[in-house]
Design a protein around this ligand. Sequence first.
Ligand SMILES: [Zn+2]
Length: 53
Amino acid sequence: MACAEDGCTRPAAVRVFDPRGSDRDVCVSHARSLAQREGVVASPIEGADAEWP
Ligand SMILES: [Zn+2]
């Protein structure tokens, strides 16, 4: 499964729960930046092949 962000082809490793948008699965890099926003919760996807945090 690929990252849900436009134009990103890295593997999704983290699910983000975004109060201002839809919940989605993203790569570690995108999860790091999304998690800076207030209210956003990031949680690792079980079995994903990448490291978080
Ligand atoms: Zn990404």
